[in-house]
Design a protein around this ligand. Structure first.
Ligand code: MN
Length: 187
């Protein structure tokens, strides 16, 4: 775990930013969160709790509930588990400067199969193909993550009872699930 967070810590000055250093103990239940991050380019950070860290992707357009949408998801460095509900402002001049808000959070389940058997998350990530079932406050149901090349993945809603081509929660449900605030009101 410590090694996996090296890059994350090197990029930050913890005397200046309120972001967590990453010392909290991991919990057994697998959680996910999606943070709206108004940095130089507005994006949504998708984070999956796995083996004591948060596997992370930056999604420029945010997630969709429409299976026809393919959303670019750029894999970024692992983050510490206590980042999962971080909300606040990263100071000017610091890495990722700007406001961060918890747009969605909940639990997830790995549903990736290979040859009819459940395949582990680590193996699935290595293979560049991961299917998960989300139970968030906003997002629910299956999502597929498929690697195209390098750090570039596509996040696509799976066609199931929770898919909805008309919902568009990124624009119609902008509030934080933690504070109820919109991103402009985050301190
Ligand atoms: Mn970010």
């Amino acid at each position: 775990m410590a090694n996996s967070l090296k890059k994350y810590r090197e990029k930050r000055d913890f005397k200046k930013t309120g972001e967590p250093h990453g010392d909290a103990k991991k919990k057994s239940k697998k959680r996910f969160s999606i943070q709206k991050h108004d940095a130089s380019n507005l994006h949504y950070d998708f984070r999956l709790e796995y083996e004591g860290v948060l596997k992370s992707w930056a999604i420029p357009k945010g997630p969709s509930t429409d299976p026809a949408d393919k959303r670019l998801a750029i894999q970024t460095e692992d983050h510490p588990v206590d980042y999962i509900d971080f909300e606040g402002t990263i100071p000017e001049g610091e890495y990722g400067a700007g406001k961060v808000m918890v747009w969605d959070r909940g639990t997830y389940e790995n549903i990736t199969e290979k040859d009819g058997e459940l395949r582990g998350i680590g193996e699935s990530l290595d293979a560049g193909h991961l299917l998960i079932n989300l139970n968030g406050e906003k997002l629910k149901g299956g999502y597929a993550f498929n690697r195209m090349e390098g750090e570039k993945w596509l996040m696509v809603k799976m066609d199931d009872a929770e898919s909805d081509a008309r919902r568009n929660p990124v624009s119609t449900e902008p509030e934080s699930v933690k504070s109820g605030k919109k991103i402009k009101d985050i301190e």
